[in-house]
Design a protein around this ligand. Structure first.
Ligand SMILES: [Zn+2]
Ligand SMILES: [Zn+2]
Length: 77
């Protein structure tokens, strides 16, 4: 799945734990939110796949339904 820059909507590169937009020279990190309650989802990593779990009672959220957004990445966070 491609990550698109929230500023210029170009595909971003994955660099060392964050996304980098070459066009804007900015770094972003990905936020996964529950489509039901808009709360951050917990990432469960298993066997190379990632599952998303809502901790507010919506259970596992299919990756297709997860709302992804991108916020500026700050080194050290
Ligand atoms: Zn950009
Ligand atoms: Zn939820």
């Amino acid at each position: 799945m491609e990550a698109l820059c929230p500023q210029c909507h170009q595909a971003m590169q994955w660099v060392k734990g964050h996304y980098h937009c070459e066009a804007c020279h900015r770094d972003y990190r990905q936020l996964a939110e529950c489509p039901e309650c808009r709360q951050p989802l917990q990432e469960l990593k298993a066997c190379g796949a990632v599952d998303y779990l809502c901790q507010n009672g919506h259970g596992l959220i299919s990756k297709k339904r997860v709302l992804f957004s991108y916020v500026p990445w700050v080194e050290g966070e």
